[in-house]
Design a binder for this molecule. Structure first.
Ligand code: PEP
Length: 251
């Protein structure tokens, strides 16, 4: 199966006001020459309207950092898939380790969010990955694959072509401690095999990203691994210069 287009997904986390996002987008727009990789900004929901306006016609895609598992109604504070879609989002990150940890999101909730994203016409970027203790016990593969299976509950083969999975070992997020390219390949390959087992041929073709301290200097090596189809990037997503560096390195 040919490798899908590399996806460089930029997770801003809780950074940048709409004014800051607008200035950033204008700067990026002046300097960006998109290459082989698709670029998507996973921005705070409140920034998306401005980004969608200022980045229109650039080819840069947008995504939310979370989405409600409910379609609409009395869920104060939540953002629905339809709302994200309406402001131009293509993607929604679900199950980021910070949501799992600080908001006690279980894989069952993550699966509900992934299904809601799909029903609303968004591509869920489903995050999985082990913490340091699990890695040190040598149980990272089985732990991550269990989390993956639970986070995919109820996702049908017919909708599976529209999902992205991101392997993000928690010990590598925001720590500067990157998994080696071989570590990333080990887990992304195991995820792909599991996806094939669960979802057949469509599962084997799902885009699998690696995330955890990716930046200019390591992005190309990691994304060149046979089973890695892109990166989910936090810290290095904040400065236009470092985004341009990664885009250039991806060719
Ligand atoms: C992330 O937030 O998904 C992430 C991978 O962060 P960082 O690149 O800063 O490790």
């Amino acid at each position: 199966m040919p490798k899908p287009q590399t996806l460089l997904a930029l997770n801003w986390k809780m950074n940048k006001t709409p004014s800051e996002a607008t200035a950033w987008a204008n700067d990026l727009k002046e300097k960006l020459h998109l290459g082989a990789a698709e670029v998507a900004i996973m921005a705070p929901a409140i920034d998306l309207q401005a980004l969608s306006w200022f980045l229109k016609d650039t080819g840069v895609q947008l995504g939310g950092q979370d989405v409600s598992q409910h379609e609409s109604g009395a869920y104060t504070g939540e953002i629905s898939a339809a709302m994200l879609k309406d402001v131009g989002a293509k993607y929604a990150v679900v199950g980021h380790s910070e949501r799992r940890e600080y908001h006690a999101e279980s894989s069952q909730v993550v699966a509900g969010k992934a299904r809601a994203a799909l029903s609303g016409g968004l591509v869920p970027v489903i995050c999985v990955g082990e913490g340091l203790e699990v890695r040190e016990r040598g149980e990272h593969v089985s732990y991550t694959l269990d989390q993956l299976r639970d986070s995919l509950a109820g996702i049908t083969i017919s909708s599976a072509a529209q999902i992205v999975v991101a392997y993000e070992p928690v010990w590598a997020i925001g720590t500067g401690r990157t998994a080696t390219a071989a570590d990333a390949e080990e887990l992304c390959g195991a995820i792909r095999n599991a996806l094939s087992g669960l979802l057949g041929e469509v599962g084997g073709g799902v885009q699998v990203l690696y995330g955890g301290s990716v930046k200019g200097g390591n992005v190309a090596e990691i994304c060149a691994q046979p089973n890695v189809n892109g990166a989910l990037v936090g810290g290095a997503a904040l400065e236009v210069a470092s985004v341009l560096e990664m885009v250039a390195e991806l060719g």
